[in-house]
Design a protein around this ligand. Structure first.
Ligand SMILES: [Zn+2]
Length: 203
């Protein structure tokens, strides 16, 4: 954007491309099997004065996808990132829970890809329901449990979820051989300090 206008048009070759504001930009977009009519006020586009070809700069593209997410009722990139960070999950951890690629979560959060409605529903449920986080987290094989030391009271393996043993500590449980606890989601760090965390999810 630092080059001074006018730019050379890639369609007609004339050096007549300038930044132009469209007062009421209307566009019809398909997403996930549905059609959406969008209208974005005062959209900045690159327009050739000779052949009238329009090109959308990055910020115009962002405004259009934001309007689409709004119309379709989908979480925005900022909302996804904030809710993930609230749960202290990395993109990789969230991706593992939802069984998608880490790069997919990255694309949702950078607005490079708009999530499907079914995935949006799963995301909302995951963020809202501790029981669903527990269900999805416990059955994932890729959960990193290697950095939890038996008989230490800090659970680094799974932020937001702690294991509460249902029996008093024994020599075996200290070695991490037993796991008879229940999982409590969203424990505060203070209450987590009061319990033993076993590094195996065996339920
Ligand atoms: Zn042109």
């Amino acid at each position: 954007m630092s080059r001074p206008f006018p730019w050379k048009c890639r369609t007609c070759g004339e050096k007549k491309v300038r930044l132009s504001v469209v007062p009421d930009y209307s566009v019809e977009l398909d997403h996930d099997g549905r059609s959406y009519s969008l209208s974005i006020p005062n959209l900045e586009v690159l327009e050739c004065e000779a052949c009238k070809t329009r090109v959308l700069p990055d910020n115009a593209h962002s405004r259009i996808t934001l309007a689409l997410r709004e119309k379709a009722g989908l979480l925005t990139p900022v909302e996804i990132r904030k809710q993930r960070e609230t749960l202290r999950l990395t993109q990789k951890q969230l991706a593992n829970c939802l069984r998608v690629a880490e790069s997919t979560v990255c694309r949702w959060e950078t607005d490079a890809q708009i999530q499907q409605r079914s995935m949006d529903l799963l995301l909302r449920a995951f963020f809202d329901l501790p029981s669903l986080r527990q269900y999805l987290g416990m059955s994932t094989k890729s959960l990193d449990v290697t950095n939890t030391t038996p008989n230490r009271r800090v659970c680094l393996a799974w932020p937001g979820i702690s294991v509460i043993p249902s029996q008093p500590r024994t020599a075996a449980s200290r070695r991490g051989e037993l796991c008879t606890g229940v999982v409590a989601a969203n424990m505060s760090p203070a209450s987590r300090d009061d319990m033993t965390v076993l590094p195996i999810f065996a339920q």
